[in-house]
Design a protein around this ligand. Structure first.
Ligand code: FES
Length: 105
């Protein structure tokens, strides 16, 4: 069961246990992580689940889909190098102990 460290916009850190196979967005909602809204409930249609991931994880996750790439342009917080939609990221042991930053909007 990987641990995900959410770095909140106010500088606080919230470490939670995540279940493999769930998405990062679902993990955030289940743990009431502030800043993850998920208006479209994981359909990659709202960009309110925007997170910023570390470089080493970005490369391990493989290429981003064209649709997710387009949707990130509509995120409220400015897009960054490690920006992803957390609803499109499945939890696995690869993500254990990573820092998932919630960008301030
Ligand atoms: S929950 Fe809407 S884009 Fe991820």
């Amino acid at each position: 069961m990987p641990t995900i460290r959410f770095l909140l916009a106010d500088g606080e850190e919230l470490a939670v246990e995540a279940r493999n196979g769930r998405t990062l967005m679902e993990t955030a909602l289940e743990n009431s992580v502030p800043g993850i809204i998920a208006e479209c409930n994981g359909s990659a249609a709202c960009a309110t689940c925007h997170v910023v991931l570390p470089d080493q994880i970005i490369s391990a996750l493989g290429p981003i889909s064209e649709h997710e790439n387009d949707m990130l342009d509509f995120a409220e917080a400015p897009r960054q190098a490690g920006s992803r939609l957390s609803c499109q990221i499945k939890v696995s042991d690869v993500l254990d102990n990573i820092a998932v930053r919630i960008p301030s909007a």
